[in-house]
Write a protein that binds this ligand. Structure first.
Ligand code: TYM
Length: 327
């Protein structure tokens, strides 16, 4: 199967991104043909400082590699290095209705948060995402729950194009894991853990040093009773159990039994340790990759060439179908 997914280089790569996306990518990479992108064109929909965007692109790419995404097995690349994304985006935008885009909850959310910068890109963002996916004849898109609506739109656009111009695009399926598809903020367990949260204690980054990770988990918001069980009325504890399970490999049920009778304080320390321990080797590899920018450039370039090769063929087919003259 062909697998495609991406991450925007904004804020810091969190354990939410890791559990909801990257961890599943690592599994899928073993048996499938995968492409994973740093979606830096998507990041432009909110204001960016150019030098910081460039640095963060390297940093996220190095984190992909450090987590175990393997350029020998998967195509790893930076979106802006493959010009076909924007080309297909334009074509697909002429098949997408403004009403569909205005209904997207992420558009409503982000417009609310950036009232001084409700740019056209913020609205057409899901069309670019559809272009990303459809360029590569993708069967499966592993994402967290928050991307489900965008994926449904990508499917609708693919079906609409195929109906109008004849079978062209593969209609992609979402892949949203049952567990960990929405890791929540450590400070407000009712909200998604977000890369760009201004409250440093709300998120844990893949590259936070171990002592900072411990501090953040010790401060995590829980509730007033003292039972460690996974349940809807205990969002803070349930979130910590999901995080613990993702990093330790132990099932939630088994963790509930093991922590029975223990206090929240001890539990939070154990969760913090599980995360810090699992991330230690990732952080060591990250430092090695970041010290060798030339090697990162080489891997980025190789990935972009491979991605471009596939994208070029899809776009050539699309252009023919819609009546563009051959170039
Ligand atoms: P982004 O950059 O916001 O997030 C990257 C991935 O992480 C998942 N995720 C989470 N999963 C669980 N809990 C959380 N708290 C959490 N926060 C984020 C997201 O669902 C996503 O899978 N538009 C996309 C990037 C993108 C893309 C694509 C994805 C661009 N093109 C094509 C798939 C296919 C985005 O903003 O993800």
């Amino acid at each position: 199967m062909r697998i495609y997914s991406g991450i925007q280089p904004t804020g810091c790569l969190t354990i939410g991104n890791y559990i909801g996306a990257v961890k599943n990518w690592l599994e899928l990479q073993k048996e499938n043909e995968c492409l994973f992108a740093i979606a830096n064109q998507h990041a432009m929909t909110v204001k960016q400082v150019p030098q910081e965007l460039r640095e963060r692109t390297y940093s996220f790419f190095a984190q992909f590699l450090a987590c175990g995404l393997d350029p020998e097995k998967s195509i790893l690349y930076v979106q802006s290095n493959v010009p076909q994304h924007s080309e297909l985006c334009w074509i697909l935008s002429c098949l997408t209705y403004i009403g569909e885009l205005e209904r997207m909850t992420q558009f409503k959310d982000k417009s609310h948060k950036n009232e001084d910068n409700i740019n056209a890109g913020l609205l057409t963002y899901p069309v670019l995402m559809a272009a990303d996916i459809l360029l590569f004849a993708t069967d499966l898109v592993p994402v967290g729950k928050d991307q489900k609506q965008h994926l449904e739109l990508a499917r609708d656009i693919a079906i609409r194009f195929n109906n109008r111009y004849g079978e062209t695009f593969v209609v992609p399926e979402p892949y949203i894991a049952k567990q960990g598809a929405k890791i929540t903020s450590l400070q407000n367990p009712l909200e998604k853990m977000s890369k760009s949260d201004k409250d440093q204690n709300a998120t844990v980054s893949i590259i936070d040093p171990p002592d900072l990770i411990m501090k953040k988990f010790k401060r995590a918001v829980t509730d007033s009773d003292n039972r460690i069980v996974f349940s809807e009325d205990k969002p803070g504890i349930s979130n910590l159990l999901s995080i613990y399970s993702a990093f330790s490999g132990e099932s939630i049920e088994s963790a509930e039994r093991r922590f029975e009778g223990k206090g929240y304080g001890d539990f939070k320390i154990t969760v913090g340790e599980a995360v810090a321990d699992a991330l230690r080797p990732v952080q060591e590899k990250y430092a090695i990759y970041m010290a060798d920018k030339a090697e990162l450039d080489r891997i980025m370039k190789e990935g972009a060439e491979k991605a471009s090769h596939i994208a070029f063929r899809t776009l050539r087919k699309v252009k023919k179908k819609i009546g563009f003259v051959a170039d």
